[in-house]
Ligand binder design. Structure first.
Ligand code: ADP
Ligand code: GLC
Length: 502
């Protein structure tokens, strides 16, 4: 199959969260199965053009108000993919839309005012790219709101008035990585899409008189999915539906959850190049070394007996940071004050939270923080910590708890979304489980569950060791997820009466 991934992020080029990991790893796995997978992303400023190949001729993209003349396309092969079956990555270069610092925003403008135009243009440019390289995909696979208008263009433009031999046998898939971000903007921006105002209503863009890009994609894509089975169920209900639960119930016959995998080259203690010494379930010595290195890195006493609780996260409401770090009531403070633990956090995001964390670090000797983004440190935390805390408000899949399991670091998580599909709660009677879970998101639940884990650390060390080993042998590879995506593509071909390709 020829598969085009349309995404605003892909590692190693542009990443704000798990979307970037998921898109690249899924693409690599699909290519390993023999498919011709290509990815298109914007060429953001920090992506160095000198290492890419420029395709000849600038590309014109017809938009509502005329033609966007000056877009160039760069290309390269995705590192980590099989040499025999490479994953090609295309970068849409457009100075006005993408020639600036930041992906969706900057420190002074958290959501760029022209984001709807930037990503509507990007979606349209994906089609122009195919024309330019004369390669027409069987599957147009869009990810999250920035790519959600691509399935709309397919259904309401290309299939209606497209040129024969181009996209008439292309199916569309939209994957929700996060329903909390929908791309809602003033409807005046819709003219720019050049689709006609009937499509504004027929494709489901209309949202209380605003323009909702994700909603239109959910209505228009041939099939939709999200990144864990449990989140697929949750999002059909009001509590987790972010006002789109009705749309998802309406599309429930075409909507499913497919669990993300983890990249077992990058996130594997046996191969990890960021940690002092590799280790495996058979020989855990490297984990003890990683713990020492982590304590040293954060300026903590190098004590192997005290449990280290690690956190790596975007500092945003989704991740439960209010309940963890909220001034006057956050649980991190009381955990570090009352328990014999060390806590380390790596994260960046909302300003109030960054400053609250810095203030905590200045008051508590066993709480250390690095504000910022660091791939290396995130690996060291996953390897060196004993527990990994993720009190998410909602979690479509969550990658960090799977990384933790692979590194023998026991996750302490709220039972929501993909965390339910991946972590098994500790059973004190049988010693079974792979982590510690709680239901309600409030400071005392976090406090109590961390307390339970710390108690188990000091009093049930045998169970802890068994849980670590159990977690390390779980199979979260992308191969099985990629096969499920292929199945979904094939079901879609069948449903649309298109000859099945593989
Ligand atoms: P989300 O995509 O909602 O942020 P995930 O758990 O799916 O959550 O993925 C988060 C990814 O981003 C992980 O790979 C995690 O290690 C990484 N990450 C988040 N914050 C940081 C940071 N400050 N430094 C390094 N990596 C980070
Ligand atoms: C999103 C979600 C996260 C998921 C990731 C990759 O950012 O918040 O739970 O793991 O996408 O699909």
């Amino acid at each position: 199959m020829k598969i085009l991934m349309v995404s605003s992020e892909a590692v190693p080029y542009a990443k704000t969260g798990g979307l970037a990991d998921a898109v690249s790893a899924l693409s690599i796995s699909l290519a390993k199965l023999g498919h011709d997978v290509r990815i298109v992303i914007p060429r953001y400023y920090p992506i160095d053009r000198s290492s890419l190949t420029l395709l000849p001729d600038a590309m014109g993209t017809p938009m509502g108000g005329g033609i966007e003349e000056w877009s160039a396309v760069y290309t390269t092969n995705m590192p980590g993919a099989d040499k025999k079956n490479p994953v090609k990555v295309y970068f849409i270069d457009h100075e006005i839309f993408f020639g600036r610092d930041g992906i969706y925003g900057s420190p002074v403008e958290s959501d760029f005012i022209d984001n709807s135009r930037r990503y509507i243009f990007f979606c349209k440019a994906a089609f122009q790219l195919c024309r330019k390289i004369k390669w027409y995909p069987d599957v147009l696979h869009a990810h999250d709101w920035p790519a959600a208008v691509a399935p709309v263009y397919l259904k309401f433009a290309e299939r209606v008035s497209g040129i024969k031999g181009e996209f008439e046998n292309t199916i569309s898939i939209l994957t929700i990585h996060n329903l909390g971000y929908q791309g809602i903007y003033h409807k005046d921006n819709f003219d720019y899409a050049g689709l006609g105002w009937d499509v504004f209503y027929n494709a489901g863009f209309e949202d209380w008189s605003m323009l909702n890009m994700l909603k239109a994609g959910l209505y228009s894509a041939d099939k939709i999915n999200t990144v864990s089975p449990n989140y697929a169920e949750e999002t059909k209900h009001e509590a987790h539906g972010f006002r789109l639960d009705g749309v998802l119930r309406y599309r429930s016959a075409d909507y499913q959850g497919i669990l993300n995998g983890i990249d077992d080259v990058v996130w594997n203690p046996e191969k990890d190049t960021y940690i002092p010494e590799n280790y495996s379930v058979k020989n855990m010595e490297g984990k003890a070394k990683a713990k020492e290195a982590l304590q040293k890195e954060f300026g903590l006493p190098m004590d192997s007996n005290v449990p280290v609780i690690g956190i790596v996260t975007r500092l945003t409401d989704q991740k439960g940071v209010g309940e963890l770090f909220g001034p006057t009531y956050g649980s991190a403070w009381s955990i570090c004050r009352d328990m014999d633990v060390q806590m380390v956090i790596l994260g960046s995001g909302e300003h109030w939270c960054e400053s609250e964390i810095s203030s905590l670090a200045s008051r508590l000797s066993n709480f250390k923080a690095k504000i910022g983004y660091s791939e290396k440190l995130s690996h060291l935390i996953e390897a060196g910590a004993d527990f990994f805390l993720m009190p998410s408000r909602y979690e479509p899949c969550g990658l960090n708890q799977m990384y933790s399991l692979a590194y023998g670091t026991l996750p302490i998580v709220r039972s929501t979304g993909g965390l339910v599909d991946t972590v098994e709660n500790f059973n004190e009677d049988t010693g079974e489980g792979t982590g510690f879970m709680f239901e309600q998101l409030n400071p005392s639940s976090i406090y109590n569950t961390v307390g339970w884990a710390v108690w188990a650390w000091y009093n049930r060390r045998d169970d802890i060791t068994k849980m670590q080993k159990r977690g390390m042998t779980k199979d979260f590879t992308w191969e099985s997820s990629a096969l499920k995506y292929v199945e979904m593509y094939n079901d879609t071909f069948k449903a649309l009466g298109i000859k099945v390709k593989a």
